[in-house]
Design a protein around this ligand. Structure first.
Ligand code: 5GP
Length: 174
């Protein structure tokens, strides 16, 4: 299977990251912020975001997944979470590749609150608002995405296409 034509280019992604980080820096000021990258899909986004910060910023990772192939399974699996020590009393900002039904970030938000986060917000590169089933708010969104299956820039289809530098629509995915 081949990914289709480019939907969002490398330079459009870079511009969105600059805008998002400016907003985040403006809103959080010098409060104790920790980015929580959702593995594996947010790996490129997280790596580019931390390098766009004008001052030191801490990051940790969580591995939470709900997709099987190109469909939401409706069930959220947690492989790992940050430790209490990494989260307690701090402002957590979930860094996610794409928010679809909202199940992944609803679950992760609950877990971070249970770990004692002072606040939890969400920064997603892509938002598919048309698909939402859970009442979650994406505070910082790079782009609204169409109701299609996207790959590239960390997003995969069965382990493939994460290495693309841009975002593409995959046709015929199951
Ligand atoms: P949700 O839990 O919001 O339904 O789904 C979010 C997760 O599903 C994302 O972290 C991502 O792993 C996966 N996902 C949702 N839409 C897409 C898509 O278009 N492409 C890829 N590759 N993954 C997606």
């Amino acid at each position: 299977m081949n990914p289709g034509k480019i939907l969002i280019s490398e330079s459009e992604i870079a511009q969105a990251i600059t805008r998002l980080v400016e907003e985040i820096v403006h809103n959080y000021g010098d409060s104790d912020l920790v980015l929580v990258g959702v593995m594996d899909g947010a790996i490129c986004f997280l790596a580019d975001m931390i390098r766009a910060f004008p001052h030191p910023v801490d990051m940790v990772t969580a591995r939470v997944s709900s997709y099987e192939g190109a469909k939401s399974s409706g069930q959220v699996n947690i492989d790992w979470l940050p430790s209490r020590e990494q989260i307690e009393g701090r402002h957590a900002l979930i860094v996610e590749d794409i928010v679809d039904t909202g199940a992944t970030i609803a679950t992760l938000t609950k877990e971070l609150i249970a770990l004692g986060a002072a606040s939890v917000n969400v920064c997603a590169l892509l938002d598919k608002p048309a698909r939402r089933e859970h009442g979650v708010e994406v505070t910082y969104a790079g782009f609204d995405a169409p109701d299609a299956f996207l790959v590239g820039y960390g997003l995969d289809y069965n382990g493939k296409f994460r290495n693309l530098s841009d975002l593409r629509k995959l046709s015929g995915a199951k």
